[in-house]
Write a protein that binds this ligand. Structure first.
Ligand SMILES: [Zn+2]
Length: 129
């Protein structure tokens, strides 16, 4: 599926920019997780910048992205925004990276949800409505 900048931010891109998505820190905050850690490495807090910049699970994809966008090792979200604002090719590359990473994270989260549901130890612990 082709996307153009005019079509606005995709679902996954919005998640990456806001941090409101399939990240341990966010899932923990909304009480879907017991801890905010990363599923894919030992990091204790998984947030958008961990996923985009640091998590070793996405190194191969990230290396390609950094090459295409000319990002430094310690790039920030601001650097990404600068790069994707500069060219549509950058936008497409970043969009593809985020899409691929977030899909895998969501698959993993669904797998975990199923495990939790079948063990049922997580359900009923929190009495809020
Ligand atoms: Zn990680």
């Amino acid at each position: 599926m082709a996307r153009s900048p005019e079509s606005g931010m995709s679902y996954h891109l919005t998640q990456a920019m806001t941090g409101h998505g399939c990240f341990g820190k966010f899932l923990h905050r909304i009480r879907k997780r017991r801890n905010p850690g990363c599923d894919f490495c030992e990091e204790e807090v998984d947030d958008a910048i961990h996923t985009l910049r640091e998590c070793p699970a996405w190194d191969p994809q990230r290396t390609q992205l950094k090459g295409k966008l000319g990002l430094q090792r310690d790039f920030t979200l601001g650097d990404i925004i600068d790069a994707i604002a500069r060219s549509e090719e950058h936008w497409t590359a970043f969009s593809a990276y985020v899409q691929e990473v977030m899909r895998e994270k969501e698959d993993e989260e669904r797998r975990r949800e199923r495990e939790r549901a079948s063990s049922s130890s997580f359900v009923g612990e929190d009495g809020s409505d």
